[in-house]
Design a protein around this ligand. Structure first.
Ligand code: MF3
Ligand code: CO
Ligand code: CO
Length: 295
């Protein structure tokens, strides 16, 4: 193994610590809220797995708006910028387009997106943390409009990054695309997990098993689970035309073992190695998947 391959995080980059979380951002009253906002449970987190054409069109709109906000977040991911500023931008794009930020008030989450920097695998809370050149930032945006959600995320380079970090990002994106390609009607969802796990392993990385893709429409997470590893005999649901779901693999340079901060959300790699993720919402058509989280 070369030194390059052993690299898991930049020398000199301090381990992340929780920053200060700013006040909750307001949403104009005319924007429709999901039922779960500020409740202890999300009743809509279960429901039909196959969607009607009318619901699919709404998911298409929610997804497009989420993708727009994600794009704006990516452009703002620069050294010196706080993750809370990213949240502000995402929040603004969503409400400008008439959408509610699905994470805001979801089971106690208080921000309009997730910002997962460096060793954070997922569910990072936007705060006063200032990004530095060499960091990698995942932003996860979910939009709610006309009663449905669209969900996407991407990992961005902050300034110049280490070639190994760039490779991680490239592999994570390709991993998601490989998983998407095999999501055809009539196959079990685990086919997606199998392809993802194999592809990641081929690059010497690991695919995080404990966080999955999910059905998304009227429910933020509607009960359908999309594994990112070979989970057989678990998750033997058959992919059907009309399903709308996400594929969102998390890839680690080092071990996928994780722990959670005391905030109850932030999931970090136990070895503090860098990790990257990408996510799309798609609809399954007769001939295969169609990406919805596109601008
Ligand atoms: N958008 C995330 C996903 O891909 C879920 C975030 S839930 C939150 O499923 F509460 F952490 F925001
Ligand atoms: Co998701
Ligand atoms: Co998401």
């Amino acid at each position: 193994m070369t030194v390059e391959q052993e690299w898991t995080r930049p020398e000199g980059r301090a381990l992340l610590v929780p920053g200060t979380i700013g006040p909750r951002r307001g949403v104009p009253v005319k924007i429709e809220r999901p039922e779960y906002v500020d409740k202890d449970e999300a009743v809509s987190d279960s429901g039909p797995r196959v969607q009607t054409p009318e619901i699919i069109e709404r998911v298409r709109e929610a997804s497009r708006i989420a993708a727009l906000a994600l794009q704006a977040a990516g452009e703002a991911a620069q050294p010196g910028v706080t993750t809370d500023r990213i949240d502000e931008i995402v929040h603004q794009v969503l409400i400008e387009n008439g959408a509610y930020p699905s994470t805001l008030g979801y089971l106690g989450f208080e921000k309009s997106c997730c910002t997962s920097l460096n060793e954070i695998i997922c569910h990072g809370i936007p705060d006063s943390t200032v990004m530095e050149a060499g960091d990698i930032l995942n932003v996860d945006v979910t939009a709610f409009i006309h009663g449905v959600h669209g969900d996407c995320n991407a990992t961005f380079a902050v300034g110049e990054i280490h070639p190994r970090a760039q490779d991680l990002i490239t592999v994570a994106h390709e991993t998601m695309m490989r998983g998407i390609k095999v999501a055809k009607p009539g196959r079990e969802v685990n086919v997606i997990g199998r392809v993802i796990e194999k592809f990641v392993a081929r690059h010497g990385y690991e695919s995080v098993q404990d966080y999955t893709g999910h059905g998304v429409a009227e429910g933020f997470h509607n009960g359908l689970i999309i594994p990112h590893y070979d989970s057989a005999p678990m998750f033997d649901d058959v992919i059907e035309e009309g399903m709308t779901f996400t594929i969102e693999p998390m890839v680690t340079i080092g071990s996928q073992a994780w722990e959670q901060w005391d905030d109850g959300w932030t999931v970090v790699t136990k070895d503090r190695s860098f990790t990257a993720q990408f996510e799309h919402t798609m609809v399954i058509n007769a001939d295969g998947p169609e990406l919805l989280t596109v601008v």
